[in-house]
Design a protein around this ligand. Structure first.
Ligand code: WT7
Length: 635
């Protein structure tokens, strides 16, 4: 179902409100099913046994591959842009993708992977990762992609949480001028992962040297490339887990969100088609890594389910120069470009000279995702990349939501700088006031509060792997009967949503979610640190940066403070990954805590941002005097 104009947008919004079952059924009917559903959906936000299309059976890859082979087998499905721009773009047709996915699926079966098994993928952005994701789905295995920038410890933690038995990796990954030894990281991680039986290794850099463990490690070229190119799809139940994706929360270790097959499929295509409004020959480029949900929904599933051409980029925006994105857009004729505000700000900081002589005339639509986009970045993107002719869709959503929830629809509903604008038809966001009550917003009024969603939608994550109770506590306890997003938002007089950012202890660094608790855990392992508090504060490029306040074991000189910052950052790289880097570290004698022992991070954030004027009520603190000490030290 693709909305074509504003009138139809309003019609669909009303239809979804008045006849939700009929609305979602129309979307489901556009797919190929092995067996039909006996119900559109069941469950609610009180019982948390949410199901979409129960009773149905399907295979998602049949909808991605076989379905499109009937109409356009030779159409380009995937364009791979290698790290080095002198490597020509590699184009893979739907037919070829089908054949390569089937080969990988057969190879996985030969390794012993069965329906319901969990396959972990730890790779760079190479076609073999894309193919592996689809191959797992082809045989009914659940995939768990771990971002290739995570450390051995992080990888091990995710493997052990899911008890995954199979791992697919690359020997190395290539990013900018770096060659990252992925297999060496895997070897270190697997020392702690007894569940893993087999490792499949794709060679990205065959000149490099890796260790092999016989009986456990197999090469892609010896297994996948020798396998048959036909593999019948394994049909699964609508609610069969399609993938697990780990993301940070406000407490504890990363949680594995479980997305299931039919609902995710319907939601990925519905949102992709309606937000981006692609024509048949358009080319979609989403710059996200497959290690994040954006890479799942809008590099892989959305575009392919819709039968379009998607671009996969191995490199980084500044290699070999900050003109890379613009050169590739011209080289490929990209029509739809979807990236993160942090990338826009980083390129903006390099100046417009990198855009000189770039045509960018193929572009039709620009997208933004991952964090609130500030006005300057929006204007720069609009003026210098979109040449003032392309609408910008600022898409708000989350790992948990599976797909875009609030966004303009390109060329259909208006784009407004810094506003995600309107919910998609079928999505019912509301704001909660300080007493936990839904704010009854009316046209002409403005409102501000915590953002919740009212009714289940097909793409919502169904659980946290192995911990359904944590799922319920995390998302449904604060506002019973509602899904709580963790974000704050405002609504303008016309009903447009503006997301103001996280209201929980999650920090958004360069569009990546990091929990303050995970970072504090690592800091507290440093021999000099007894206790620490980590906060996110505004950062010009990253959106937010991490800052730490630490109570030391013994008194420490200012020189030592810097040394500790460096040591702590090394520790964080080792334990979490390079994205978890602290900008500043302050040694303190105490932390501002409430009487119940909760650190008042709000106060620490203001101190880091040098905003000492309005610290709010500090009288309820256990140790109110510490606040002035912290301010004095900061000054
Ligand atoms: C958090 C979710 C969306 C997929 C990538 C990130 C923030 C995301 C926007 C936006 C303002 C945004 C929110 C959200 N966020 N998109 N367009 N405007 N904020 O997924 O890692 O699960 O992070 O990212 O704070 O809760 P994620």
């Amino acid at each position: 179902m693709q909305i074509k104009d504003l009138g139809q947008f309003h019609e669909m919004t009303n239809l979804a409100k008045n006849s939700p079952e009929f609305f979602w059924e129309q979307i489901a009917k556009t797919f190929v099913w092995k067996k039909n559903w006996h119900k559109i959906s069941s469950g609610n936000f009180n019982q948390l046994d949410i199901k979409w299309f129960p009773g149905a059976e399907l295979n998602i890859t049949e909808n991605i591959l076989d379905r499109h082979l009937k109409t356009h087998p030779q159409k380009c499905a995937l364009i791979f842009l290698a790290n080095n721009p002198s490597d020509l773009p590699l184009k893979i047709s739907y037919q070829e993708l089908h054949d390569r996915v089937c080969q990988a699926a057969n190879a996985l079966k030969n390794l012993g992977v069965k329906k319901g098994d969990i396959v972990t993928l730890y790779m760079g952005m190479v076609p073999e990762l894309f193919i592996s994701v689809l191959a797992a789905a082809r045989i009914g295995a659940t995939f768990s992609v771990v971002f290739g920038g995570f450390s051995a410890q992080s990888l091990a933690g995710r493997i052990n949480n899911s008890k995954s038995q199979f791992l697919i990796t690359s020997d190395f990954s290539l990013r900018g001028d770096k060659i990252i030894p992925l297999k060496a990281v895997v070897d270190e991680a697997l020392k702690e992962c007894p569940s893993v039986k087999s490792v499949l290794i794709h060679q990205r850099y065959p000149d490099g040297i890796i260790d092999l463990i016989s009986g456990r490690d197999f090469f892609w070229k010896d297994t996948v490339e020798k396998a048959q190119t036909i593999c019948p799809p394994e049909y699964v139940d609508a609610e069969h887990p399609l993938f697990i994706l780990y993301t940070s929360g406000s407490t504890g270790s990363p949680k594995g969100l479980v997305h299931t097959t039919a609902g995710y499929m319907c939601y990925a295509q519905y949102t992709f088609s309606n937000v981006f409004q692609m024509a048949a020959d358009d080319i979609f480029w989403c710059t996200a890594d497959l290690g994040w949900i954006t890479g799942h929904s809008y590099v892989t599933f959305g575009p392919l389910l819709a039968g379009h051409t998607t671009v996969m980029f191995e490199g980084i925006p500044t290699f070999p120069t900050p003109a890379r994105f613009w050169e590739e857009i011209d080289r490929l004729g990209v029509t739809h470009f979807y990236t993160a505000p942090t990338a826009i700000r980083a390129l903006q900081a390099q100046g417009t000279k990198w855009l000189e002589n770039k045509k960018l005339d193929s572009l039709k639509v620009l997208g933004s995702v991952g964090e609130p986009i500030n006005e300057e970045a929006w204007e720069w993107y609009h003026t210098h990349v979109g040449l003032k002719r392309c609408p910008i869709v600022d898409t708000w959503w989350q790992t948990e939501t599976g797909g875009i929830m609030i966004s303009a629809l390109a060329n259909i509903t208006p784009s407004i700088p810094t506003f995600a604008t309107l919910p998609l038809p079928g999505i019912f966001p509301v704001l909660m006031d300080a007493d936990g009550r839904e704010i009854a917003w009316k046209k002409g009024q403005e409102a501000e509060g915590n953002l919740c969603i009212k009714h289940p939608w097909p793409g919502i994550a169904r659980s946290i792997f192995g911990d359904h109770n944590r799922y319920s506590e995390n998302y449904f306890k604060a506002y019973p009967g509602y899904y709580f997003t963790g974000d704050g938002a405002k609504i303008d007089a016309h009903g447009n949503f503006r997301i103001t950012g996280r209201v929980d202890d999650v920090v958004n660094v360069s569009g990546h979610r990091i929990g303050t608790a995970e970072v504090e855990d690592v800091l507290n392992r440093h021999p000099f640190i007894v206790e620490s508090a980590v906060i996110g504060a505004a950062h010009a490029i990253k959106g937010q940066g991490l800052h730490a306040f630490c109570i030391p074991q013994k008194s420490i000189s200012p020189n030592e403070e810097l040394a500790i910052l460096n040591e702590v950052n090394q520790l964080l790289t080792k334990e979490i990954g390079a994205i978890a880097k602290i900008e500043s570290l302050q040694i303190v004698t105490d932390l501002p805590k409430t009487r119940s022992g909760k650190i008042m991070r709000r106060i620490l954030r203001k101190i880091v941002e040098n905003d000492f004027s309005n610290l709010g009520d500090t009288s309820t603190l256990l140790n109110p005097l510490i606040v002035q000490q912290l301010i004095d030290k900061r000054k």
